[in-house]
Ligand binder design. Structure first.
Ligand code: GDP
Length: 296
């Protein structure tokens, strides 16, 4: 097995005690390891570059005379820099708007969008005491609306009754209207995905946005797709303006590179992470835990 990044940094730097301060040269070898670890974690190259540069600025001049070994000091610098780049605090879903608050879910097919819709519905209803209505706007895949209905039944969250033949925009209007009449606090709209980004998908998302006026537009992206997830976020953000990201499959063996690039490339916060197939496998995003995962 490979050593963790922390071990590699300590291995390179901890011997350099007693010389006053780390030099540019001392730090170069350590930075090579940082760069390698980030590339292994599938972090976007420009992000790798700017990250290593800011670590370099802070690591050069680190005292080698202190009780804390230089390697450990640099590990802390890398950790803090990762947290900074990931966005320092977990940002919750924003429900601060007139009821019914509309949350629109977007993303590619298979990213975990419908599952995540159910997870968020459950969380808002159980933990935050919100009355939630979920509606599937996926008229393309015949089973999609039925899938959400079943998930709703499973988590005991209401779903909009299915009426065949309506367009996504019509369903979204009906959902918002039903939520108003039924005294719901939150409506979650699960939009249709595609296998890849296309103009039609983006146009449909824009139409739904216009009709439903969502307060949150959450992009669901598969963390295991690494840099593709980041490109996806950029595209959706350009088309409809994403307010937050949910990264699914964080229980997989990806190293969190998508999370790191996501924030710095798009500027959008990762709000939640999916950590399994079960309906309660949804967690707040904690930058420090992702930083630990990258450091190993
Ligand atoms: P959609 O096409 O985007 O709506 O995707 P689905 O919600 O149907 O999810 C596709 C598959 O991914 C299902 O088998 C889900 O159980 C699974 N899935 C969703 N989120 C996660 C996650 O966070 N971790 C894991 N391991 N599986 C997930």
């Amino acid at each position: 097995m490979f050593d963790s990044l922390s071990d590699r940094l300590s291995g390179i730097l901890d011997g350099l005690t007693g010389r006053g301060a780390l030099s540019d040269q001392d730090v170069q070898a350590a930075l090579r390891e940082v760069r390698r670890a980030l590339i292994e974690a599938d972090v976007a190259l420009p992000v790798v570059r700017s990250f290593t540069e800011s670590v370099r600025e802070k690591a050069v001049g680190v005292s080698t005379l202190k009780a804390i070994k230089p390697g450990q000091q640099v590990v802390k610098i890398v950790h803090d820099e990762l947290v900074e780049m990931l966005g320092s605090d977990a940002e919750p879903i924003d429900l601060n708007a007139a009821a019914p608050v509309v949350i629109m879910m977007v993303g590619l097919q298979g990213s975990g969008k419908t599952t995540t819709t159910g997870k968020i519905g459950l969380r808002l209803q159980k933990r935050q005491n919100q009355k939630v209505l979920m509606a599937s706007l996926d008229t393309r895949r015949p089973a999609a609306q039925e899938q959400l209905r079943q998930i709703g039944e499973q988590v005991d969250v209401a779903t909009l009754p299915i009426i065949a033949g309506q367009t996504p925009v019509e369903i979204s209007a009906r959902a918002v209207q039903a939520a108003r009449l039924g005294g719901y606090d939150v409506v979650i709209l699960d939009t249709a995905g595609r296998t890849s980004i296309d103009a039609e998908l983006m146009a449909e998302a824009a139409d739904i946005k216009r009709a439903a006026n969502p307060h949150e537009i959450l992009l669901v992206a598969d963390s295991l797709t690494g840099q593709d997830a980041v490109t996806l976020a950029e595209n959706f953000d350009e088309a409809v303006g994403v307010t937050g990201i949910v990264l699914t499959r964080m229980d997989g063996d990806g190293r969190g590179g998508a999370a790191l690039s996501m924030r710095s490339v798009t500027g959008k916060p990762v709000k939640l992470i999916g950590t399994g197939e079960k309906m309660d496998a949804l967690e707040d995003f904690h930058p420090s835990r992702i930083a630990d995962r990258i450091l190993g």
